[in-house]
Design a protein around this ligand. Sequence first.
Ligand SMILES: [Zn+2]
Ligand SMILES: [Zn+2]
Length: 146
Amino acid sequence: MSSKSEVFKVLLNQEGFRLTNQRKKILEVIKEAPDGQHLSAEDIYQKLSGNGEKIGVSTVYRALHLLVDLGVLRELTLAEERKFYELCNPLASTHHHLVCTQCGKVQEFEDASVLNLGTDEAISRGFSPLDCQFIVYGICSDCVYP
Ligand SMILES: [Zn+2]
Ligand SMILES: [Zn+2]
């Protein structure tokens, strides 16, 4: 709860970045989404305006990009032409995604071997790994056998 928000404050202050009220509210919306739910910029914008927040959609986009650059959020391309955002966990607990291209259902899974492979490969090439995304696109069982 508030401890998570403290972590953000520390993170953001380290980067010399002020956690404005609007940015804080964007993070709240993402934080409050149920586990496994991924929000697009439009989803976040609609939630905020639904709460009576006076915020423009371009402000939401700008804030999201900034938070991705700072490593607070993870940007996922789960569907064509649409980016989704979730909180960036420490690399050790990064999860991966399985996406149904028919209904858009997203399932999460954790597998250390994917992460180890990506991290080893990065380090062997002199990279400092920040995020490792593995997305499998497919057709879920509901869509294969309706
Ligand atoms: Zn996820
Ligand atoms: Zn499906």
